[in-house]
Ligand binder design. Structure first.
Ligand SMILES: [Zn+2]
Length: 497
């Protein structure tokens, strides 16, 4: 078959594809995704990505090398995105799905449909605030049994580390959790108590040498100081954001990061700090990483990593109006100079990944003021556009977006050989993204359960046009495919026997 004939065949199929809107059925053929902007975490090129019948990327081609492609009579479906960027699907390593147990807050159907609409092809569920929490193998089984029928994208799981569940950790590793999340301060959830300082040595020693990650909510409580002695002081106004911010100073994060850093030379475990808000955490972790690497660690990033979240990169505390508790999260959004410092670290590639920390609740829990409201921001559907809105304004590239939203989190989760970039052999988790389009966040377009968001009515740059999980179309034209096609990234033999 001549190259010219192939070209005509591809063109004919392209016309067929464009004229056929809606969802395809399960792949029957190879697929060739074309784009003027194929984005990897290291650059962009004009070309195509070939996907085999099993939804695995089998080849990457420039526009020039595409002309020499031969298919020996096989049917190839061509999907041409034109000027839309073709990117690896986003891996969101920090999502609270809350099912089972708190399904009025969120659930697998709504969270994964929202994720699909946002270009996320894999999310990792946090061990709280579901009930029961994911702190035992039995509880993980309960969660996985619920999730397996309901996920529209691929889903992996964090286990939880709480006082007294050390005996469960190995069982959960065998079941396929990517790591364990623990708190160093009250989590706000009764059944998920924090790990005390004197328990850390024990947990580190249990996980020493393992491949899983220890992730921490990195804040330590601080003492109330002398304020309690003050008789004529004004009571701070709980409706002001500054009151909440003052109750969670950066020192809480810095002290906790220093505490964790003190364990890093003693144990060979990947330590990850979730949702860094205080920029000063980053140099503390860098020093610990440097020591580890000097000592010969071969782990990714020396096994010391940090994430920050879209809300810390989008907002600053000065902007938050009184009473607007939809902005409350923990740790808090800090001032503008802190936000700018986080962006400097991003430009210098000194942060490892960005996650949503999608942590929704019912509306009644977001009141009545900043001190009593639930601390969590819902945003899983908008991460890619949120990050691009800010990154584009700062002159950063789409490959930087892929680096932070796809490749970085895939590495954290140990999924780098399967997810997170456009590379032969990896799952064809792909997104067509229009980097020039813009849209307004409105309740009508939100797929997650509780339509609350600090981003409401904000104009975002960059729009997810189509999302594919393992080559299967799961989102297009504002609609999510009607049937869940996601997989659980766990050990089925342990969990379903
Ligand atoms: Zn969280």
């Amino acid at each position: 078959m001549s190259a010219l004939y192939i070209y005509f065949l591809l063109t004919a199929l392209l016309v067929a594809e464009i004229s056929c809107r809606g969802f395809q059925v399960k792949n029957q053929a190879k697929q060739l995704f074309l784009s003027r902007r194929v984005v990897t975490d290291s650059g962009e090129f004009d070309g195509g990505v070939l996907v085999d019948e099993d939804g695995i990327i089998s080849g990457i081609y420039t526009r020039e090398t595409l002309k020499g492609l031969k298919f020996d009579g096989a049917t190839v479906q061509v999907i041409d995105g034109g000027d839309w960027a073709l990117m690896a699907g986003v891996v969101d390593s920090h999502v609270h799905v809350n099912e089972p147990g708190r399904t009025s807050w969120e659930g697998y159907v709504t969270a994964t449909r929202a994720a699909a609409a946002g270009g996320i092809t894999t999310l990792v569920d946090m061990p709280l605030n579901s009930f029961p929490p994911t702190t035992t193998l039995e509880n993980l089984k309960i969660k996985a049994a619920v999730a397996r029928e309901e996920v529209y994208i691929d889903v992996a799981f964090w286990g939880g580390m709480i006082p007294g569940n050390e005996i469960e950790l190995q069982n959960m590793i065998e079941a396929g959790v990517i790591g364990f999340k623990g708190y160093l301060i009250d989590s706000g959830i009764t059944e998920f108590p924090n790990v005390e300082k004197d328990e850390l040595d024990n947990i580190f020693s249990i996980l020493n040498g393992s491949d899983v990650t220890m992730a921490f909510h990195t804040e330590l409580p601080i003492s109330a100081g002398n304020d309690t002695q003050c008789e004529n002081c004004e009571v701070p106004d709980p409706n002001l954001y500054s009151t909440y911010l003052a109750s969670h100073p950066p020192e809480m994060e810095l002290n906790a990061a220093s505490l964790l850093a003190s364990y890093i030379p003693k144990y060979d475990v990947h330590v990850h700090v979730v949702h860094v808000s205080a920029a000063g955490v980053i140099p503390i972790l860098e020093a610990a990483r440097e020591e580890r690497i000097k000592a010969g660690s071969k782990r990714w990033r020396g096994g010391v990593t940090a994430e920050t979240c879209h809300h810390y990169l989008t907002f600053s505390s000065e902007q938050i109006p009184p009473g607007h508790t939809e902005f409350k999260c923990s740790p808090p959004i800090r001032n503008i100079s802190n936000k700018l410092q986080l962006w400097e670290y991003i430009k210098e590639r000194r942060i490892d990944l960005i996650a949503s920390d999608h942590s929704p609740s019912v509306a009644t829990m977001k009141g009545p003021n900043f001190m009593s409201a639930w601390g969590g921001i819902a945003s899983v559907q908008f991460g890619l556009s949120l990050f691009w809105t800010e990154a584009k304004a700062r002159g950063l590239s789409l490959s930087t977006v892929s680096h932070y939203l796809s490749a970085g989190p895939a590495h954290l989760c140990g999924l780098q050989n399967r997810k997170g970039t456009i590379q032969p052999g990896l799952d064809a988790d792909l997104v067509f993204f229009d980097p020039e389009a813009s849209f307004v966040v409105t309740p009508e377009i939100i797929f997650y359960k509780n339509k609350l968001s600090p981003y409401m009515y904000r104009v975002l740059t960059g729009k997810v046009m189509k999302t594919y999980v393992r080559g299967q179309l799961v989102y297009t034209d504002g609609a999510v495919y009607e049937k869940p096609q996601g997989q659980l990234l766990i050990n089925d033999k342990v969990l379903f026997n």
